[in-house]
Unconditional design. Structure first.
Length: 357
């Protein structure tokens, strides 16, 4: 398959290109497009064959359900069997935007789209290009992040092509996305709302609107026999570059010292090491490869560049990556959730154990 690359500028929307993307989707094809969070790989979410093509292109396990993307509240009613008041309040405040809600599904939604579950994930994105394409397709668009399964999510069209060139019909390049982490997922299908995946819309923001919100234990802990994530996708190693990642936990000073020590050990073992650091700490390290993921004082900048930086290490062919940690801010929880998954939960608690060689 030859993948067609088209550029659509959100400020000067190319109507012909939008219509073409809509036609491909309506015809059962695959189109990758930008959203405000990450690039999505779209297909007609009500067509089981089109949804199945997404799993094939990404190499995604078939039990991992997809999110349906819509552009108006009217499009939600045919998909969700029950819409609780909390969901309406959340939609009022956070839609369109980076929030996904899980509802009990209707018959209309095929099990191929929901990974066999009786619930369905729905999101109304705010990115003008995403909205125009969904409207042109005229159907709810199932769209996981447009990466090969297990890889960091794409924040640029180039990342999509790295993983999916020749495997999808069309890639729409709408520039670099604004947020850089996938949407917050909240399950509103049960008695109490539960966050299944943290994101830009934080627990505090949700709680201030609807009161106490529970956090799925798998969000902070390593999924194991006792902690089974309710979002099936969260159980897989994810967001991972090719080199082994170790996350150093602790105060910035302790972390810096421990990473320097780890760099010395890596160097004497003949390993090419990379450091994932911040503008504040970059100058302290002497490392074969350094990648700065924004400023510690501006967690939004770290969220925006995290996946780009993880992918950049691959191009530098490092053997191991030592990463600083980002626990301090509300958004830090979402950043750490992704980083720990990328590391397969390989951490060093600075001050407790000695760093690995
Ligand atoms: O920001 C985003 O949400 C991006 C953009 C493209 O919209 N999409 C995205 O999709 O991150 P994906 O497929 O990479 O992640 C969807 C997550 C998976 O962890 C999946 O298991 C979970 O949502 N999920 C989907 N439907 C679910 C359901 N019915 N119940 C529980 N978890 C669900
Ligand atoms: Mg994904």
């Amino acid at each position: 398959m030859i993948t067609k690359l088209v550029r659509i500028d959100e400020l000067h929307m190319d109507e012909a290109a939008i219509c073409e993307a809509g036609r491909v989707l309506a015809g059962g094809g695959l189109v990758a497009f930008p959203t405000e969070t990450v690039y999505g790989l779209g297909a007609n979410g009500l067509d089981s064959e089109a949804s199945s093509r997404i799993y094939e292109a990404k190499g995604r396990p078939s039990d991992n359900p997809l999110i349906l993307h819509i552009t108006s509240m009217e499009e939600l009613y045919p998909l969700a069997a029950e819409i609780p008041k909390t969901a309406l309040a959340l939609a009022e405040t956070f839609w369109p935007g980076p929030l996904t809600m899980i509802f009990k599904k209707t018959e209309l939604v095929p099990h191929e789209t929901t990974g066999g579950l009786d619930t369905v994930a729905v999101r109304m994105p705010s990115h003008p290009v995403a909205r125009a394409i969904i409207r042109a397709a005229g159907v709810p668009i199932a769209a996981p992040s447009a990466n090969a399964s297990g890889r960091p999510s794409p924040t640029k069209a180039l990342h999509v092509l790295e993983d999916l060139d020749g495997r999808v019909d069309m890639v729409v390049d709408g520039g670099t996305v604004g947020i850089g982490l996938e949407s917050t997922i909240i399950d509103v299908s049960g008695k109490k709302p539960v966050i299944l995946r943290p994101g830009y819309i934080t627990e505090e923001m949700l709680a201030s609107l609807i009161g106490t919100v529970e956090l799925d234990p798998a969000v902070t802990g390593r999924p194991g026999a006792d902690v089974r994530p309710r979002a099936p996708g969260m159980k897989y190693r994810h967001y991972a570059p090719k080199a082994e990642v170790t996350v150093f936990l602790g105060s910035p000073t302790e972390v810096c010292a421990a990473i320097e020590e780890a760099l010395r050990k890596a160097s004497s073992a003949g390993k090419r090491a990379g450091v994932l650091c911040t503008e504040e700490s970059e100058r302290f390290y002497e490392a074969p490869v350094k990648k700065c993921a924004g400023s510690r004082n501006e967690p939004e900048s770290v969220a925006r560049s995290l996946y780009d930086v993880l992918r950049a290490f691959d191009r530098e062919q490092v053997d191991c990556i030592f990463s600083e940690s980002f626990e301090e801010s509300p958004l830090g929880g979402a950043i750490m959730n992704r980083l720990l998954k990328a590391a397969g939960y390989r951490v060093v608690r600075c001050g407790e154990t000695s760093p690995p060689g």
